[in-house]
Design a protein around this ligand. Structure first.
Ligand code: GDD
Length: 320
């Protein structure tokens, strides 16, 4: 089976590539941009077919879809960091919405018979009140960042292309996910890296943090990519699914767990630059729709995910 992953060099994309390669009969293709960093896929590079493409360019996207004629497309490429979307809102909307539109149009015009998973996000729910959890797929969408709006755009476009043309699109609303290879700007990875820098004497024992009151529902990335695969294998085209654990932690609780796992003594200091114009206060999802259709269950507990993340940064440091 020919499988195409957009965003294959990224965090989730590289873990999904590992999963795909563990399956029989998968011929794996990935899209990379000129000068993409490739450290997340170096270990499997000789087993991948990498194609250069900028999804914001319709003809470049069309060429790739024509060459691969994939049976499964996992669309993970995106501007995925919420704070960047305030600094570069137009770029975030273009990359996320128009990039996806170019894939849909290419698949439609070339009449490629494939299933497409699109990585939507719990950020779409945005302003969630305490009496509104656990969040169901039918909960209102009240995005609080340009990134959240871009994901609502992707989500609605997926719905519309399914309704208008019968394209086999499955929308996954992924809640937060973390684990080894997570980029250092995202909260768990940022804190884990600071802790390892303190452990190894590269940083004073001061943790710089943003809003610790927000609550998030964290899934291990390896569970998340298993869900992505199942969304195409067993999920129903046209549907939208929450992918989450159903349990939330405050960011303060995550910080405390990481500090406890390491054993370092630190002072915690708020860095005002890390506060957002509006931060999503609470994300805690209901995954029953997805579990019922696919049998998926998260398997890796948060303690292991955080321990693996600390170990990832320790190993990176020892490799220089
Ligand atoms: N990044 C960061 N750095 N976040 C901090 C920090 C810090 O130092 N301190 C507190 N936070 C808080 C943020 O304000 C936010 O409430 C929470 O930690 C999580 O921040 P991120 O890890 O940056 O993730 P996110 O929730 O904004 O978005 C992630 O999850 C979405 C799914 O809900 C990203 O992975 C998105 O791409 C994804 O769609």
């Amino acid at each position: 089976m020919r499988v195409l992953i957009t965003g294959i060099t990224g965090f989730a994309g590289s873990h999904l590539a590992d999963l795909c390669l563990s399956k029989k009969d998968v011929e794996l293709y990935g899209i990379i941009r000129w000068r993409s960093r490739t450290e997340n896929i170096e270990h499997i590079r000789d087993r991948l077919n990498l194609l250069e493409c900028d999804l914001r360019d319709a003809s470049s996207t069309r060429d790739v879809i024509e060459e691969v004629r994939p049976e499964y497309i996992f669309h993970l490429a995106a501007q995925s960091f919420v704070p960047t979307s305030w600094n570069a809102p137009s770029e975030s909307l273009t990359t996320n919405i128009i990039g996806q539109l170019n894939i849909f149009e290419a698949v439609k015009k070339l009449d490629v018979d494939c299933r497409i998973q699109i990585a939507c996000s719990s950020e779409e729910y945005g302003m969630v009140h305490p009496d509104e959890v656990p969040i169901k797929e039918s909960s209102p969408l009240r995005p609080l960042s340009p990134y959240g709006v871009s994901k609502v755009g992707q989500d609605m476009l997926g719905y519309q292309y399914f309704m208008s043309y019968g394209m086999k699109i499955v929308r996954t609303r992924g809640f937060n996910h973390t684990g080894p290879r997570r980029g250092p700007v995202f909260v768990c990875s940022d804190f884990a890296k600071q802790i390892v820098d303190i452990e190894q004497g590269r940083k004073d024992p001061v943790m710089e943090v943003g809003n610790l009151d927000a609550r998030r529902d964290f899934t291990d990335v390896r569970d998340m990519v298993r869900a992505y695969w199942l969304s195409l294998e067993k999920g129903k085209p046209g549907k939208v699914y929450n992918i989450c654990t159903g349990k939330s932690y405050s960011i303060k609780e995550i910080l405390d767990q990481l500090i406890e796992l390491s054993g370092v003594k630190v002072e915690v200091r708020t860095d005002r630059g890390r506060l957002r114009p509006s931060d999503v206060p609470l994300l805690e999802g209901d995954n029953s729709e997805f579990t019922a259709d696919t049998g998926w269950k998260p398997e890796i507990p948060i303690e292991k995910t955080l321990a693996d993340l600390l170990e990832f940064w320790r190993t990176c440091a020892s490799h220089g």
